[in-house]
Design a protein around this ligand. Structure first.
Ligand code: SF4
Ligand code: SF4
Length: 406
């Protein structure tokens, strides 16, 4: 059954602004753009689902069309819904492996460096390309040894001493790939006299949604909502999230796309730089030493959709000695798992090329972005290290007294 309230296609005024903003329609004639694939054909699909257009698969769910739309049409949601409801259901092992991040994360973190070594070998890349259609031009992300959740047990008791505590939704990326970012979140919040508690969490569902594993995405959402409700426990405790895409899923994809009731948790969820920025405004600013670096900042699409870029920029502007250069707003192309798929790899590259050129022409010392998959795409296409804004603050903290590395 189609939820007419959510899809909102009748509000379209045919201005085509969304198509001008769509990064996929800009680089390939295979995709007609959000207006045609979204509100225009939704009317026809409702009458006759056989009218499904094969080109829908090219939409990478970046949401830039929704940022541009003056009528607040949920264009990307319409397209995503159409893919789920009307596309023929085909099981693909590749899509399962790329989207079930808890499963692959557990296996990969158990193997740790061995997994990283093998996935970087050219013959292995060729095999993945040939048998699974995972582009050999891409490098799969590195995995840590063990999980962040397990590491946190070693410092859990130190977090209980703080009067103010937040729940930290770390997401799969911190749990399986980048423990350092999770440690940086602890360092920075502790330096502001704020303790951290973790909740039991599953993948937020972003890759499951993108790969049409809808039932699994809903099960994960139900689990996360229940777990966060328990951690909040009827208090006004905040839930901070260090991934912009996880934040977007918890706040927007759960109610709009998955049709889950998030009323008990939604007002508690906050992207980490928004939370830090508000603390800074209340004069809760940690001591920071000058960094003396030039940084190029890239704003991820989902953070732009939430209106959250301003917080990251404001927080970064408070770091002494950081010369911040804002890059033009562009999609990097990777869109989670999209750019790893052989059939979309060239489109993802073509989308990102302008951004890579901008970064190279600025010659910064570092690049900063809030999204882990933007980081992978930029690091694969430029020679620069890409850091999360919280990691940059952690580097500026004076002294090592909050260094929780073990
Ligand atoms: S979500 Fe992104 S790729 Fe899809 S139609 Fe909108 S702008 Fe284009
Ligand atoms: S921007 Fe919005 S109103 Fe304009 S064509 Fe696209 S969906 Fe319709």
């Amino acid at each position: 059954m189609i939820n007419l309230e959510n899809i909102s296609f009748d509000h379209c005024i045919k201005c085509t602004v969304c198509t001008a903003y769509c990064p996929v329609a800009r680089v390939t004639h295979l995709y007609p753009g959000p207006k045609q694939s979204g509100p225009d054909t939704e009317r026809l699909r409702i009458k006759n689902p056989n009218l499904l257009d094969e080109s829908l698969k090219y939409c990478n769910n970046c949401k830039r069309c929704e940022i541009a739309c003056p009528s607040d049409v949920k264009i990307a949601d319409i397209i995503q819904n159409a893919k789920w409801k009307y596309s023929p259901k085909k099981f693909r092992l590749r899509d399962m492996l790329l989207s079930h991040t808890d499963l692959t994360g557990r296996i990969a973190t158990f193997a740790g460096p061995v997994f990283n070594f093998f996935t970087r070998l050219f013959p292995v890349k060729r095999l993945l390309d040939f048998f699974l259609n995972i582009s050999s031009k891409k490098t799969l992300p590195e995995y840590a040894r063990g999980t962040f959740h397990h590491w946190f047990n070693s410092c859990r008791s130190t977090q209980e001493d703080y009067d103010t505590r937040v729940v930290y939704f770390h997401g799969c990326y911190v749990n399986y790939n980048d423990h350092e970012l999770g440690k940086d979140v602890l360092c920075v919040l502790n330096a502001m006299n704020i303790g951290v508690t973790l909740t039991n969490e599953k993948c937020c569902g972003v890759p499951l949604i993108a790969n049409s594993f809808l039932s699994k995405a809903r099960r994960n959402a139900a689990y996360n909502i229940k777990s966060l409700e328990k951690s909040i426990g009827g208090t006004n405790r905040k839930v901070v999230v260090s991934s912009s895409s996880c934040t977007f899923a918890l706040k927007h994809e759960y109610p709009n796309l998955l049709e889950m009731d998030t009323s008990t948790i939604s007002s508690h969820i906050e992207y980490i730089t928004s939370y830090i920025c508000k603390q800074f405004l209340q004069k809760n600013i940690p001591d920071m030493k000058p960094l003396n670096l030039t940084a190029a900042y890239h704003s991820p699409c989902h953070l732009e959709r939430m209106g959250g870029v301003i917080y990251s920029v404001e927080v970064l502007k408070r770091i002494p000695g950081l010369e911040l250069k804002l890059l033009h707003s562009e999609c990097c192309g990777i869109s989670g798992t999209y750019g790893f798929k052989k059939e979309f790899e060239q489109i993802a590259q073509d989308i990102g090329n302008d951004l890579f050129r901008q970064i190279k022409s600025l010659q910064p010392d570092i690049v900063i972005t809030d999204c882990e998959t933007c980081k992978w795409q930029i690091e694969m296409n430029t020679p620069y290290e890409v850091l999360h804004p919280v990691s940059v603050i952690a580097r500026a903290l004076s002294g090592n007294k909050f260094d929780l590395t073990v």
